[in-house]
Design a protein around this ligand. Structure first.
Ligand SMILES: [Zn+2]
Length: 1152
């Protein structure tokens, strides 16, 4: 290395260069890095300076030197600096200039130029000194002569244009238009696609130049969109051209003019006046202005992610040991806790003085007499469902025999209908106003006029279609007018009588009764059919959708086509929540779909027909907010048969989605339901989720930075013509659905065994009761011991649905509740072990009004647990109050769990809290002597991993993040001292492991998770709480734990355990953002290959140019020399036999 710097002897230099070249070409990058670490770059630069001074230029030294510089330089991160230090920019530029007419050395200079320019400062300096002008001379006008040189020049130009100042200079000199024309020339002339690298190189130049706003504007002004779009169309049919299409598409996306969403304001259409002056005025929508600057391409982060997400960001971890330590404090006066005593009636009940049965029956009667009674439902327990690991349960049931009491209680299925009508009639007469007023769950004090207007959404138009199917004998009862809507209550009643059996565990009567009491901001008058009629899970789970190759590209190009060919865009608003008049007569828009969403949990704001069968949809923001769009639920009707309709939800906010990884939205067809298939199913194809060109000003977004939007696009072929269908993000589960399910559970439980108490935790801001349930086993007897056991059972506290868009959490909760109330012997045992306190819906208002994340106050309620406001966050305030109360009487729960849904991950998993794991993860020194921690928080997830097919321990985390300090999990852990305080996250999509791998989860699997959670609690109890012999014996009978565990472990082993949490690779590179940096141009191999390819050409041209090679040691000869000096590759190891023998002998002979 020293030699090459100092030596003036040409032969010495040549030989050194040859050796270096061969050394580096044989090895991998490691050798080059070694050379760099030994000052190789500096030495080569100095040699270059020396060589450039030689007059005339000696190409035999220069060329290998330049090649080496290019290869070494591109791997040297500080090469740019070294070039500046060596003042080599001028040398390289002047060498380039001097060789303009000698293509071989010119090409070599261009490679080095390109490598130098990879440092922005050096690139800028080169730009100032006229490098781009030089390069433009080389690449224009279009010519196929000297393509290697052109290629090298384009590579260098692209590198230079990474500098913003170079880009600005290039635009000002009109190079952008020149590049576009050149690109067109190459595109047109390269018919047989021999010069893909040149075409892509030009696109890269355009890509960098359009990183600045001036570039984008000039690009648009030069018809860049049209030119690239047209050229991409020509390329689509040829698969080799993917690199061109990808880069062109990136440019098109980036340059697509930014627009605001086509809504008057991004604030929610609904607002809710908050009590007092509780909240600052909502941010106004800042003035029109330059919302875009050159600096906007900051890396984007999903700021609004789920609980526990982005935990990989270690700086978010709480490292203050004092903060991590449990410190019981009260956020309210202690005397305020007294009110919660009433929420624990189980602790004050004196069963000895009461006739057990009559008390319970009276309670049941009080509670339900003013509601229609439900049909008898066998309360299913999801553990009894289809899964193989449930076999043991059925066996044990038969062993134990049926419960005699249970049979007494069961009402024959056939008799329910008559009974119902009778009870329904009695309803009005038997009102006990006083009781009703006391019972806040009752609807009796509701405004009667409002109740009356609630109607089921009109059924499908073509009456004849189902008249024939369902009413062959009673056509008279049906509206005879053709096409007339069947909405009379008679029709509905007829339908119900005929088809209610289709849906188990649901009662439209109860649903309607409950829905009438609901207080919503829009004042809903309609019942969505699926919620009314019910959902019965399909018999089979659906596999994840395979992503179609190139689907994102196709959709993005469709979007670009709208801009370039606006002629075929209809652009008609067909539904507008803000201006209901425009959603008027379908006559205005013949052949157009009719949309609707003004029902519980519905949230469509606007629908715009784009093309005949394509609609842009905008979701409403959360009430009192201007964001949180992800959830959707709406009705669509008047569809044609066998036509794929495309829907684009254009204001999604999350930066990635499981919709890119096999998830489908859900659809419900009324006609299917009426034919006995009442169910939400996964539907839709051509699904993808990507960043679009809509944008929200920072001021309007209420944040520091402007917001970008994402499009979820999917196509659906509806199963019937003129049907009424519903589409949703995930299986809807409304507040009224929950309330009516609670009614059914209460009416159908066995009161002799199941202690059930439904109270109201509090009224929500919107005036809806938030139910609180207490479930446990009735005491065995009225004997003192049994009553004591009853009162002393440990508590389990469960909550769900604090985030309204996470309807999966409600389905899991449904599974939990049904299991807890069921006659399953395990449930029986579980009830004897615990008292369950359950708040099944912490955010009723959000669910009712179609929010995704917040409550009516516009707050994320799962960020309010630290200091909940009794006015603004009543459900959190009182749930926390009840927990405080339990702690104050020494009965803090054994387990707390808040059920959530996770939109970006697969599997079901828990987030828990651990001081040690947090400190370890954060890299803090942990003094284990000082911090002792019970590792009991890991037991439950470990059990669930074994018993619940959807649950995956590997996805769990026990880190405490600063950003989560106000979530239920962390607050209950810290302030209540609950070791086992969890968030349970359920995927919307699928599992990466186990039984459900590759299948999209349905409600059945979610409910099963809820019941398996209960089973997990029982096992936890057996493991951690001292149990009576009796309990242990029963448990032993019911749970063959060993068998269960090995069974599950075996199943797990059959699946590869090597899977990671990462998403599987997609067929198509998913590019969510327009400013992707995932280009291959950073790949060293590209330039290496270019240099390598040109070597043969170098040899050839050397002769052409008359450079004699005779004097120098040819590189081939040297290569041979080098190799011959080394031991032959296979001689490094002795023949195996002799080695083994030698070793063996050595062993034998060596002294011990
Ligand atoms: Zn959540």
């Amino acid at each position: 290395m020293c030699d090459i710097k100092s030596s003036c002897d040409k032969d010495v230099i040549l030989n050194i260069l040859s050796v270096l070249t061969d050394l580096l070409s044989l090895g991998t990058g490691r050798r080059i890095h070694y050379v760099i670490s030994k000052g190789g770059s500096e030495a080569l630069l100095q040699a270059l300076a020396t060589a450039a001074r030689t007059e005339p230029l000696d190409h035999s030294t220069l060329l290998p030197l330049l090649r080496l510089l290019a290869r070494v330089g591109q791997r040297d991160r500080k090469f740019g600096l070294k070039v500046q230090k060596a003042e080599a920019t001028d040398i390289i530029l002047s060498l380039t200039r001097r060789n303009l007419d000698h293509h071989l050395p010119l090409t070599h200079c261009l490679w080095v130029l390109r490598v130098c320019a990879s440092n922005v400062t050096t690139g800028t300096m080169l730009g100032i000194n006229g490098a781009m002008e030089l390069l433009f001379k080389v690449i224009t006008p279009y010519s196929k002569r000297h393509v290697r040189t052109v290629r090298a020049a384009i590579g260098a130009l692209a590198a230079l244009l990474k500098s913003r100042s170079n880009s600005r200079r290039a635009v000002n000199r009109g190079y952008l238009g020149g590049l576009l024309r050149l690109y067109q020339d190459w595109h047109h002339h390269d018919v047989s696609n021999n010069y893909i690298y040149i075409r892509r190189g030009l696109l890269l130049c355009l890509k960098y130049i359009t990183n600045i706003q001036l570039g984008r504007e000039t690009f648009l002004g030069s018809k860049g969109m049209e030119i690239l779009f047209t050229s991409v169309q020509d390329c689509l049919s040829c698969k080799n051209l993917d690199p061109i299409i990808t880069t062109a598409t990136q440019i098109l996306r980036k340059c697509y003019p930014k627009e605001h969403l086509p809504v008057v304001t991004v604030r929610s259409s609904y607002s809710f006046p908050l009590p007092g002056n509780a909240k600052a005025e909502p941010q106004c929508e800042g003035s029109e202005g330059d919302y875009e600057s050159d600096g906007e391409e900051e890396a984007e982060k999903d700021l609004d992610n789920e609980d526990g997400e982005s935990k990989e960001e270690d700086y978010d971890l709480e490292t203050d040991v004092n903060k991590l330590r449990s410190r019981p404090v009260l956020d309210r006066p202690e005397e305020d806790l007294g009110q919660y005593e009433a929420m624990c009636p189980e602790l004050s009940l004196n069963f000895q003085e009461l006739e057990l049965e009559s008390e319970e029956e009276k309670s049941l009667k009080d509670r339900t007499e003013n509601l229609p009674s439900a049909p008898f439902h066998f309360i299913p327990s999801a553990t009894s469902a289809k899964h193989p690991n449930c076999r043991w349960r059925n066996q044990s049931v038969t062993e134990m025999g049926p419960d005699p009491e249970e049979q007494d209680f069961k009402v024959p299925l056939q008799s329910w209908r008559k009974k119902k009508e009778c009870r329904w009639d009695q309803n009005d007469e038997k009102k006990d106003i006083a009781e009703a007023a006391q019972d806040t769950d009752s609807c009796e004090n509701e405004d009667a006029a409002r109740s009356r207007v609630l109607e089921l959404r009109p059924l499908p138009k073509d009456a004849a279609w189902y008249k024939k199917l369902f009413y062959p004998h009673c056509e008279a009862s049906i509206d005879p007018s053709p096409g007339g809507r069947l909405e009379s209550s008679d029709t509905v009643r007829n339908l119900l009588e005929k088809h209610q059996e289709d849906v188990l565990f649901h009662s439209p009567h109860l649903y309607t009764a409950r829905a009438k009491c609901v207080k919503s901001i829009p004042g809903y008058r309609d019942l969505a059919f699926p919620d009314f009629w019910g959902h019965q899970p399909p018999p089979h789970s659906k596999p994840m959708l395979e992503r179609k190759q190139g689907v994102q590209r196709e959709k993005v190009l469709d979007d670009v086509r709208r801009l370039i060919q606006p002629g075929d865009v209809i652009g008609r608003t067909v539904f507008d929540l803000d201006e209901p008049s425009s959603r008027s007569s379908p006559a205005q828009a013949p052949g157009c779909l009719t949309f609707f969403s003004k029902f519980e949990s519905g949230n469509l704001r606007k629908a715009i027909q784009v093309r005949e069968f394509e609609y842009d949809l905008i979701m409403n923001a959360d009430v009192n907010s201007n964001q949180h769009h992800q959830w959707f639920y709406f009705e669509v009707r008047d569809m044609k048969l066998a036509v794929p309709y495309r829907f684009n939800i254009i204001n999604c906010e999350k930066f990635n989605s499981q919709f890119n990884y096999g998830m489908q939205p859900v659809m419900y067809s009324v006609k299917e339901a009426l034919q006995g298939r009442a169910r939400w199913i996964r539907a839709g194809h051509d699904i993808c989720y990507y960043k679009n060109h809509y944008h929200c000003r920072a001021a309007a977004a209420g944040g520091m930075r402007g917001k970008f939007y994402y499009t979820l696009t999917f196509s659906i072929k509806f199963p019937h013509k003129d049907d009424v269908c519903y589409l949703a993000y995930h299986y809807p589960y409304t507040y009224s659905t929950m309330m009516s399910h609670l009614d059914i559970l209460e009416q159908n439980r066995n009161p002799k065994k199941v202690y059930w108490r439904q109270q109201t935790l509090c009224q929500t801001l919107g005036g809806n009761p938030c139910p609180l349930l207490t479930i446990t086993a009735m005491p065995e007897s009225k004997k003192g011991d049994d009553l004591e056991q009853f009162c002393n059972r440990p508590y389990v506290f469960l909550t769900a649905r604090v985030h309204p868009g996470e309807s999966n959490a409600s389905w899991v909760m449904k599974g939990t509740l049904e299991f807890l109330v069921s006659s399953d012997p395990i449930a029986d045992l579980l009830r004897k072990c615990f008292i369950f306190k359950i708040v099944p819906m912490l955010n009723p208002d959000g669910v009712i009004n179609g929010n995704y994340r917040c409550s009516l106050s516009g707050d994320d309620l799962n960020r309010q647990w630290l200091t909940p406001n009794s006015q603004l966050h009543p459900t959190i305030y009182h749930a926390k109050g009840l927990l405080y109360y339990l702690r104050s009487i020494g009965r803090a729960p054994l387990v707390f769990c808040d059920y959530h849904g996770h939109s970006q991950k697969k599997n079901v998993f828990l987030y828990g809290c651990s001081i040690k794991e947090t400190l370890w993860q954060a890299g803090c020194m942990v003094d284990t002597a000082v911090i002792t921690e019970d590792v009991g928080y890991r037991t439950l997830p470990k059990i669930l991993d074994k018993v619940a097919p959807a649950f995956v321990m590997n996805s769990c985390s026990f880190l405490v993040e600063k950003s989560r300090e106000s979530t239920a999990r962390v607050v209950v852990w810290k302030e209540m001292g609950v070791l086992r305080s969890y968030t349970m996250e359920s995927t919307y999509c699928s599992c990466s492991h186990g039984l459900y791998k590759g299948l999209q989860l349905g409600t059945q699997e979610l409910e099963e998770m809820g019941s398996k959670f209960c089973l997990g609690l029982l096992i936890l109890h057996l493991k951690s709480v001292p149990c009576s012999k009796e309990v242990m014996a029963q448990a032993a009978l019911l749970l063959d734990l060993e068998e269960e565990i090995t069974d599950r472990a075996q199943r797990r082993c059959s699946n590869s355990s090597l899977e990671s949490d990462d998403e599987p690779p997609c067929v198509e590179d998913i590019d969510y953002n327009t400013d992707s940096i995932s280009d291959c141009e950073e790949d060293f191999s590209e330039l290496d290959q270019e240099i390598q390819e040109s070597l043969s050409w170098v040899e050839g041209e050397r002769e052409d140019e008359g450079v004699t090679t005779g004097k120098t040691c040819s590189s081939r000869a040297l290569k041979g020399l080098y190799i011959s000096n080394q031991p032959a590759p296979n001689s490094t190891a002795l023949p195996l036999g002799s080695t083994a023998l030698g070793l063996y002998n050595g062993f034998k002979s060596s002294p011990v």
